[in-house]
Design a protein around this ligand. Structure first.
Ligand code: 5AD
Ligand code: SF4
Length: 443
């Protein structure tokens, strides 16, 4: 009998949602009898889980797929698939640049990937399979058992209805769909039984979560998750400032497991640009949210996403963003240069004379980056000569016997330790800080 099991390599681009989708895919493929390899040279099948958020992410994946497809000349069994957001955005168009592709499978079809691969291998088909987008997302695939790990990303939503004028996500991931409360709680209960201590709830606008069947909103979901015995820490990303309400703010006072660190994507500090972005909030609302959160947790860590060079952004608009950053003092930020995305309304505007030059975008980027270095350095310094409780996550990238964990403020802390500490809480005395990391010793 022919053997349809293969060595498969998965490469992930983009956000945490993609990272989690790849982990789930790995588990599904292993269950179907395949071997998932870490080293791309050992693979007979390469799957690229792609991202469309900016042009650069797409070009990188196309380049990589082109290079991988060359392996087909040496190995007739070799196969390459494009998964993730590019697969839903570009579909057939991908075949124009990559005619030898074997699979184009959008993120909504995650649970069907092993079956699609099996069919191709059984039929020895060389025709590219372009999977359609189903109406409903199969959230149950996230209940697939994953390898033991102290922290888990838990998707609670797919897609987004907001249609911010620069963003391609509503096109690639579709309409907002909420994962049933029961499925979320079931996954977390199982995960905790398997040793997970910290969960990060994932979604495009987590605080717009609403499960119709159980009539559960986001704050109710947080309370239900908080009640799970054995779970120690809860985080979420990303909330949308427009959906912030008193109930959510109060969660920070009422739920001790909810970590005092929040990712609040503000995108711009100029009300004029926020309106053009269709963000549905003002800079005043951002200041209000931050003020309310700091009343509860004065040291709360606050990170953000900012886009510079949005079509029509003037020096004055940028100054407003700079001033907002300075007023809040974000301790972490992802600063993006605006990238026009096909089908978005902002990209249409860019075609008129509103586009900001690359050199101006770069200058704005640099100015915000230096402000960020200042605030992240200051924020991290407050931990110098203090003892921090960390959840040990694993080995650090560099250094023998160097391990890594995070405190409740989501700050990475590196220390010398042993493998058996992974998954435990440790008290670390901080001896050194920088803008990106803290270092110390076990007390
Ligand atoms: N150009 C640049 N950055 C973008 N983002 C989303 N779309 C674009 C775009 N077209 C950024 C936003 C979002 C983050 C995930 O990516 O800041 O919060
Ligand atoms: Fe994109 Fe806006 Fe939805 Fe975020 S809220 S995914 S930026 S459309």
């Amino acid at each position: 009998m022919a053997d349809f099991h293969r060595r498969i390599w998965i490469k992930t681009y983009g956000c945490q949602m993609n990272m989690r989708d790849s982990e789930t895919l790995k588990a599904l493929l292993q269950e179907a009898g395949h071997t998932v390899v870490e080293n791309e040279a050992e693979a007979e099948i390469a799957l690229l889980n792609t991202c469309s958020i900016r042009d650069l992410a797409e070009s990188k994946a196309i380049g990589k797929a082109g290079r991988l497809l060359k392996n087909k000349r040496k190995n007739a069994r070799y196969r390459v698939g494009i998964l993730g957001c590019m697969a839903s955005r570009q579909k057939e168009q991908l075949l124009k640049v990559l005619p030898d592709l074997d699979w184009i499978i959008p993120p909504q079809k995650l649970s069907e990937v092993p079956e699609i691969i099996r069919k191709t291998l059984e039929n020895d088909s060389h025709k590219c399979i372009i999977a359609g987008i189903p109406e409903a997302f199969e959230f149950a695939c996230y209940e697939q058992k994953l390898p033991t790990s102290p922290c888990r990303f838990v998707p609670i939503q797919q897609g987004c209805n907001m249609r911010c004028s620069y963003c391609i996500v509503p096109t690639t991931r579709g309409e907002q769909q909420n994962r049933p409360r029961s499925s979320i709680l079931h996954e977390i209960q199982q995960a905790v039984a398997d040793g997970v201590k910290e969960v990060t709830l994932l979604g495009q606008i987590v605080n717009a979560y609403f499960d119709k069947t159980s009539s559960t909103n986001f704050t109710e979901l947080l309370h239900a998750i908080h009640a799970i015995d054995g779970l120690e820490r809860i985080r979420f990303m990303s909330p949308h400032p427009a959906f912030f309400n008193e109930g959510l703010i109060q969660c920070y006072a009422e739920l001790p497991k909810l970590c005092p660190s929040i990712h609040l994507p503000v995108q711009s500090g100029s009300n004029r640009i926020l309106e053009a972005m269709r963000r549905r909030y003002t800079r005043e609302k951002i200041l209000q949210i931050v003020g309310d959160l700091r009343k509860i947790h004065p040291k709360i860590a606050i990170s953000t996403d900012i886009i510079v060079g949005f079509p029509g952004e003037t020096e004055e608009d940028f100054q407003q963003t700079y001033d907002l950053f300075d007023a809040i003092g974000f301790d972490m930020a992802y600063i993006f240069k605006y990238s026009p995305r096909p089908t978005t309304s902002a990209a249409e505007q860019q075609k008129t004379d509103l586009g900001v030059s690359e050199s101006v975008k770069e200058a704005c980027n640099q100015r915000l980056l230096s402000l960020l270095t200042h605030y992240s350095t200051c924020y991290n310094q407050q931990f110098l000569h203090t003892t921090q409780s960390i959840l040990v996550e694993g080995r650090a990238h560099r250094g023998e016997n160097r391990f890594l964990g995070r405190n409740v403020y989501n700050k990475k802390i590196i220390f010398t330790g042993t493998e058996d500490l992974i998954g435990t809480f440790q008290a670390i005395y901080i001896k050194k800080t920088s803008s990106s990391v803290l270092e110390g010793d076990i007390v």
